[in-house]
Design a protein around this ligand. Structure first.
Ligand code: KIV
Ligand code: ZN
Length: 548
């Protein structure tokens, strides 16, 4: 980089599709990743880490498609992860070719624990690899990010040396990961300050931070890092990710936004400047959160900051009274600033396709004609059962329709009989991948159990249901129920999600949705996890070629 990078704003690097997707059971297919990537672009993130191209053909394809369809010149940079090896870097470069602004993110661990037990390498060896692989990545693209994995537990003097060599070899961003979520805010801030003060060529690179939430400190650590010179934050929507997750994008962005007067001076701005600190369109936050939750099956806890169902609810009488007198008494931010609308009743039975399309556009959904047609049919079905249809209902329908789980088995019919003096019995008819219609029935401990047993008799893939949740989208007896489930097959988790006013139908569809993901994964084989260094599974020619 010839000029020094700007220091007066924060770059938001979203890793929902890479580190976020490492959450157990959060596996997304290529089309779902594309849907999320498009929404991340609308949200205004600066960089999308789209995946780990060497990991599997599916990851390679997802990065390539996101690079081609979302990585336009005025859109976000598209980034691919690569271990510090030629084969990984080559695969990342290949997948990123269609992007207008490609970035390769390469990493190698620097803590003694990782060197001794995982890499079995000496410090001089790691130094040499970091330098050589950054230079190799630079031979493909200009924008190179380098991460010393487990930096939070690395010896600072060694870290400074690795970073200096990586920057000299061409790294434009150096990312400091607290890989195991071990550091405290004061320690993490001091680590960033130490890097700023002791790495001689640090002014040639952006300092980025990445962290996990094992002790619930990731967001606090990042905010302290900002005060000490970090200018890129790596985060995920709803904080999803490996183990306890990553730092949550919505918490970081709203923290910086609501408290901008506090942070302004650390970025060299006048204290009272109202200029946003990030490029994020905060009104897209809520919608992005719902989309990611629905597609990954990772539920958002009701008391989650910013996007939880209770985040803007005032329960106690004293609070309600205060808010009615003046919102400022108990509210530090406006629900509308994250895109929560007051608009409760928008459409009904007599609304036509145009009104439907217009409202969806206002909500930020621009659907292709065939998706719109499917969603409109669902809307009409819903309007027959539910008088007033709110924005939340529309979101539930659209998110359900754009779910791209492969439809190997399809639900044709589900019927239950249950009650106080009856044995819960279910009959299901499924269309199999060969187009055959199969019907079976089962008795269960309750109606949902009976439905799942009947489905299992047709699908015949062993699995264990580990999580089942029903939430109503809005208040009222006619509300849509959203069912999210998680099932386990051997050691892997698969999630499923569906929305319907009939919760038995939603339960059956959510289960089938998860089973379809499981069956698709069985057809494709497992994929490599970037930080566990498992065996390679790629059959893609572009990847296979790179394995020399
Ligand atoms: O947590 C971590 O260290 C990572 C790196 C690959 C940046 O995810
Ligand atoms: Zn991570």
């Amino acid at each position: 980089m010839s000029t020094n990078p700007p220091q007066d704003r924060i770059i938001i690097f979203d890793t929902t599709l890479r580190d976020g997707e490492q959450s157990p059971g959060a596996t997304l297919n290529v089309d779902e990743k594309l849907t999320i990537a498009r929404q991340l672009a609308r949200l205004g993130v600066d960089v999308i880490e789209a995946g780990f191209p060497f990991a599997s053909p599916g990851d390679f394809e997802a990065v390539q498609k996101i690079a081609a369809q979302v990585g336009s010149p005025d859109g976000p940079s598209i980034c691919g992860l690569a271990r510090a090896t030629q084969q990984d870097i080559k695969a990342a470069a290949e997948a990123l070719k269609p992007a207008a602004k490609p970035r390769i993110h390469t990493f190698i661990a620097t803590s003694d624990i990782h060197l001794q037990y995982k890499l079995k390498k000496t410090r001089p060896e790691v130094l040499a690899i970091a330098e050589e692989m950054v230079a190799y990545a630079k031979s493909f693209v200009d924008d190179i990010e380098f991460s010393p994995e487990d930096a939070g537990r690395s010896e600072p003097e060694f870290l400074y040396q690795v970073l200096e060599r990586a920057i000299a070899a061409g790294a434009t961003t150096i990312n400091i990961p607290d890989t195991v979520g071990y550091t405290t805010p004061a320690e993490f801030g001091a680590l960033i300050r130490g890097i700023k003060e002791n790495v001689p060529n640090i002014d040639k690179a952006i300092i980025s931070v990445h962290g996990h939430n094992d002790l619930g400190l990731a967001v606090a650590n990042f905010l302290e890092a900002v005060k000490n010179g970090a200018r890129q934050l790596e985060c995920t929507i709803n904080g999803i990710g490996e183990r306890a997750g990553n730092a949550a994008l919505e918490e970081l962005v709203m923290g910086l936004h609501v408290r901008r007067r506090y942070f302004n001076p650390f970025l060299g701005r006048p204290q009272d400047s109202e200029a946003p600190l990030t490029n994020i369109d905060t009104r897209q936050i809520y919608k992005t959160s719902r989309l990611v939750s629905n597609l990954t099956g990772m539920l958002v806890q009701p008391n989650k900051a910013i996007v939880g169902a209770n985040a803007f609810a005032h329960e106690s009488g004293i609070h309600q009274d205060g808010v009615l007198k003046n919102k400022l008494t108990y509210e530090i931010m406006d629900a509308q600033s994250i895109g929560l609308t007051d608009n409760q009743i928008v459409l009904g039975k007599h609304s036509g396709r145009n009104a439907f399309r217009t409202r969806l556009r206002e909500l930020g959904f621009d659907l292709a004609d065939q998706d719109l047609n499917r969603a409109f049919v669902r809307f009409k079905e819903l309007a027959d059962k539910k008088k007033d249809i709110s924005d939340r209902d529309l979101e539930a329908i659209v998110n359900d329709e754009i779910q791209q789980a492969p439809e190997l088995f399809r639900l044709e019919l589900v019927q239950v009989s249950c009650g106080s003096n009856a044995r819960p019995t279910a009959t299901v008819t499924l269309r199999t991948p060969d187009g055959e219609e199969l019907t079976d029935a089962a008795i269960g401990t309750g109606p949902v159990d009976a439905v799942y047993k009947a489905i299992n008799r047709v699908v015949e893939v062993p699995n264990q249901l580990v999580e089942f949740s029903v939430q109503s989208v809005t208040a009222g007896i006619d509300a849509i129920g959203e069912v999210t489930i998680r099932l386990k097959h051997e050691d892997r988790l698969f999630s499923g999600h569906a929305a319907n006013t009939d919760i038995i139908v939603a339960s059956a569809q959510a289960y089938l949705n998860a089973l379809n993901r499981l069956c698709a994964a069985l057809q494709q084989g497992a994929s490599l996890h970037p930080q566990r260094g498992a065996g390679l599974t790629s059959t893609d020619p572009a990847i296979a070629q790179s394995r020399i």
